[in-house]
Design a protein around this ligand. Structure first.
Ligand code: PLP
Length: 392
């Protein structure tokens, strides 16, 4: 029997521009089929140019970049690391794997990102115990930058470095340049110790899998570069005084990244348009609202997230997810907060109610940059139809 289902509509599939193949062909022609080579160098340089972050290290994943950054910040067994609870596990797993004591910070309702006041509460709580965090890791959730300036203000008196998890915010902006235009690229704000980015297959631009560690601190990135190459000492033979990792990005994958980076601004514009279309579609539906965009920057709208008031709307996020799934459309609950994860049971959390509520009420909708207006209308029609009182 023929399968009449329409092709699956994914949450955020890769979107190739056609330019990637040329860069990959060049990589093949040079025979740098290796985790080093001209395309890796060019990708790092292009990313530095695009973001305005002076030193960039291309690595095999965003998680690897966080791991390296934490090593460079001196995080080890028993050290305190504070992280956003509303995030993906890759943001915090490296700290746990280094033996650090993780504590989680709630989201604020306005931005869904790390709440600076909850962070202050946590830093003061631990200071009273004579403990100072080795790092604070805010996440730029779904492509909206955390409030770096406020977080830095909170961290400054405690002397704690901020490591920005910009895995989801490639192409987003933060701050304003004083003449009304969007300010600096995500993760490039002065005062951040380092920032990490992800080019996983589901991100706004992808290398199929990959990441970047970026910092204004040349020394930090140089040390991370060494650690990412098995911590080899500068000698003709393999000499090691410490242990590192095999975390470099393949030259072939960097070639894909070069092609993708050329399209980044167009991809951001399209994802923002998709979000705008969803907003139009849901404007008159009681109980539906989108993740808010705060005035401190310009989100890349990597994923459009709808918040569902089940009572007003007449259906739960899970009802909607199942209705979309029945039509072969992928949607996904928000990240389950880290303080609710069995693996982190018993870890301290400062607040936690906001993240818990957002998890219970939110749903990530298909947001791929190849979507058409008709695709969005179809998804939105199905969403609305699963609610109460719909005429559709
Ligand atoms: C917030 C966040 N942090 C970290 C990561 C880890 O990145 P990667 O998958 O490249 O390891 C991701 C995404 O995958 C993420 O969404």
């Amino acid at each position: 029997m023929a399968d009449n289902k329409p092709p699956r509509l994914f949450l955020s599939p890769p979107h190739m521009s056609g330019r990637e193949a040329g860069h990959v062909a060049q990589a093949f022609a040079s025979n740098y089929i290796a985790p080093l080579g001209p395309q890796v160098d060019a990708f790092e340089a292009a990313f530095a140019e695009h973001t305005g972050i002076a030193h960039c290290l291309a690595v095999s994943s965003g998680t690897a970049a966080i791991h390296l950054a934490l090593r460079c910040l001196g995080v080890g067994p028993g050290d305190l690391v504070l992280a956003a609870t509303l995030t993906f596990v890759g943001s915090v797993a490296p700290a746990a794997q280094l033996g650090a004591d993780l504590a989680f910070i709630d989201a604020d309702r306005a931005s869904w990102n790390m709440d600076p006041e909850r962070l202050r509460e946590a830093l003061e709580f631990f200071a009273k115990q004579g403990r100072r965090a080795k790092a604070v890791i805010p996440t730029d959730l779904y492509g909206q930058c955390a409030d770096y300036a406020r977080l830095l203000d909170v961290c400054a008196p405690f002397g704690v470095p901020l490591l920005a998890d910009c895995a989801e915010s490639v192409g987003a902006r933060y701050g304003y340049d004083g003449i009304g235009g969007p300010g600096r690229h995500a993760g490039s704000w002065p005062g951040l110790a380092a920032s990490i980015f992800s080019f996983n297959g589901n991100k706004i631009i992808t290398t199929s899998g990959g990441g970047m560690l970026a910092s204004a601190d040349a020394g930090l990135v140089a040390r991370a570069r060494k650690l990412s190459q098995q911590a080899r000492e500068p000698a003709p033979y393999y000499e090691h005084v410490e242990l590192g990792y095999n975390y470099r990005l393949s030259n072939i994958l960097a070639a894909i990244g070069l092609g993708q980076l050329e399209t980044l601004e167009a991809r951001v514009a399209k994802r923002r348009l998709i979000s705008h279309w969803y907003a139009e579609e849901f404007a008159a539906t009681p109980g539906l609202s989108l993740m808010p965009e705060v005035a401190t920057g310009r989100a890349n709208r990597w994923l459009t997230v709808v918040l569902i008031d089940a009572e007003a709307f007449g259906a739960t996020p899970e009802d909607v997810r199942l209705a979309l799934e029945a039509e072969n459309i992928e949607s996904r609950p928000l990240w389950k907060p880290m303080h609710m994860q069995p693996v982190f049971a018993g870890r301290p959390v400062f607040g936690g109610r906001v993240a818990g509520e957002l998890f219970a009420r939110g749903l990530c909708l298909p947001s791929g940059s190849a979507m058409t207006r008709d695709d969005v209308a179809r998804v939105a029609r199905l969403v609305r139809a699963s609610g109460r009182g719909s005429a559709e």
